[in-house]
Ligand binder design. Sequence first.
Ligand SMILES: O=C(O)c1ccc[n+]([C@@H]2O[C@H](COP(=O)([O-])O)[C@@H](O)[C@H]2O)c1
Ligand SMILES: Cc1cc2nc[nH]c2cc1C
Length: 344
Amino acid sequence: MPESFPTLAALRDAATSLWSGDAEAEARAIARDHILTKPPGSLGRLESIARWHARWRRGRPMTMERIDVIVFAGNHGVVAQGVSAWPSAVTAQMVGNFRNGGAAINQLSRVAGATLRVVEVAGLAPTSDFTTGPAMDETAFLAAVDLGYASVSPEADLLCLGEMGIGNTTVAATLSAGLFGGSGTEWAGRGAGIDDEGLARKARAIDAALSLHGGVASDPLEAARRLGGYELAAIMGATLAARRHGVPVLLDGFVCTAAAAPLARLAPDGLDHALLSHRSAEAGHTRLAVALGMEPLLDLGLRLGEASGAALAAPLVRAAVACHAGMATFDSAGVATGDDASAP
Ligand SMILES: O=C(O)c1ccc[n+]([C@@H]2O[C@H](COP(=O)([O-])O)[C@@H](O)[C@H]2O)c1
Ligand SMILES: Cc1cc2nc[nH]c2cc1C
């Protein structure tokens, strides 16, 4: 797989010829899970998380020492349609807040023992308003994908992805509708807190974009270019790079999931190395999770973005891996197995 994508065709090639994971490592993890000192299945979802981590680590040891959090930031021309309760200037102001350590994600990354990085995409210039034309031209779209791709370190044991961008819940809703069908009212939510009138404007903006760019859904990359945004394109690139490098991914809420969703439309297993960290309270997220066949790990009523849900779920992955790697076996601990029920 190349390290950058000069054309949409090169990106499409990469996204449709993916490494399918380390089936042997997963089989070894399943075999080990059976002999650990617990009733089979009793660690519930932690067991499948451990197997998942084993499969997507490209043969490296199951360690969870390094957790990277990357927040991609971008701005959106569609904000001109009155779809957010906040001005676009807040995107740069919150980037400053991340850098000064004052945002929720600073605290959540620290608590998770993770390293936080913030990446401004396209210098925070807005995309074009997609109710009047494509959000990005090919060059700008591919540059954002490349930036995301290059942001991923192969050294990470887990990558938590998130975003910051005023207006981007409209973008996520429009892209989701483009990829999976449905109308503005079905996908629009209140984002960072818009009122009833704003919600109606948002649904109309989504519908206007869908009718202007109608038929793009058959091509997920064209949907991402026309109906997406810079930070969403970067998240897609980062998710692809993580697959290449063998770094399992936790996706944050609605915006982050929508950003990665084109990969699942390009290849049926395109997001198998990623988990949904949480179910966002944003209306479209449950619909999108169902469309993707993915079950979120946490459900805390969060609707923040910033990779907050991903950072909160990272310790679950650490716990799953610690149990899997560190527990004694029935044999080594001298504990009888269920099969030995007749033994004294
Ligand atoms: O991803 C989510 O689940 C999510 C839900 C609600 C709000 N957000 C965040 O809120 C911002 C976008 O809200 P809005 O209303 O301006 O579209 C953006 O910075 C996102 O990180 C994100
Ligand atoms: C204050 C604020 C913080 C955010 N963090 C992620 N999205 C956000 C949107 C707003 C408005």
